[in-house]
Design a protein. Sequence first.
Length: 149
Amino acid sequence: MTDGSTRSLGRRHAIAGAAGLGVVAPALVACGSDGDGAGDGAGNGAGDGGDLTTAADVPVGGGTILPDQKVVVTQPTAGDFKAFTAVCTHQGCLVGQVTDGTIQCPCHGSQFSIEDGSNVVGPSGSEAGSVSDLAAVDITVEGDAIRLS
């Protein structure tokens, strides 16, 4: 082999190896665990028993989106806390804000009730109920701490 073919062979191996890493690395991350491996089984990213937020951080008549946990915690009336997956049921976008009594998705405008996660406005202004409701997430409130159940 000539010196050029050796380098060419090396480059091919390097490119093949890098391409393999592009496939393997995300798979390893997806299989990783950030705790005891327990989850809620709902596929919404919420773990088991972890602190989410504090009651003081959830406004009455509104809510707080926790993107890392993929959970939105709402307080429809004083002292009544609810939690739902923060992943829109239309196309899987993360909801973007909680205003006017609704959890709103920035991708296509779907809106969900802060009281029960029901779909009140569908994508692109379509009728209520045109997409699935947001799944409830079990929480407990202990003092000021809001935790996953």
